[in-house]
Design a binder for this molecule. Sequence first.
Ligand code: SF4
Ligand code: FES
Length: 187
Amino acid sequence: MRLAAQRQSTTGTPSERASVGDVRKVYRGRDIEVSFDLDLCVHIGECLRGHHGVFNLERRPWVLPDEADVDAVAEIVERCPSGALLYRRLDGGASEEHQGTKVTPIRNGPLLVTGNVEVRREDGTIESLPRATLCRCGFSKHKPFCDNQHLAIDFQAPGLPFKIHLSPVRPRLKEPISKSEDPRRLS
Ligand code: SF4
Ligand code: FES
């Protein structure tokens, strides 16, 4: 099963369909392409912790896919819970695969879904992702995706804890930086 983010209209012709490039930035390497959608990011910091050569905020572009072995890059991207980071192998290597679709409640936070996630929007577009963090507190301004508003309202619910890695995009456990402050919006 090959899973990649895409938006498609159920009614439009191919030329009318919104493409990944509308919201995603694409970082193409020799053997692998990495893409990033800041709107989906929940600021866990797995990317920045994963490999300083590949994911580095002090540089533009902040993602350089060729700075590590292609399998290592794919493995780091798959640790991104929100689907903000995705990859596409250009070397013929295996694409991201999941056995079925799983829903895991995150303690005091969103539902983590892995598998073949299709999110249908009001305008009829469908976003397909292999991973997603979906709001369950009801306060996200970017529903159905989590945007960390659960932190602002001190949402309490049982579940597995996220491992949060403090980083420039998450300087404090309970307070990610805003999207307008995030350096990744520019690179
Ligand atoms: S959700 Fe976490 S791992 Fe994914 S891009 Fe955002 S900070 Fe990086
Ligand atoms: S669960 Fe994160 S914003 Fe609702």
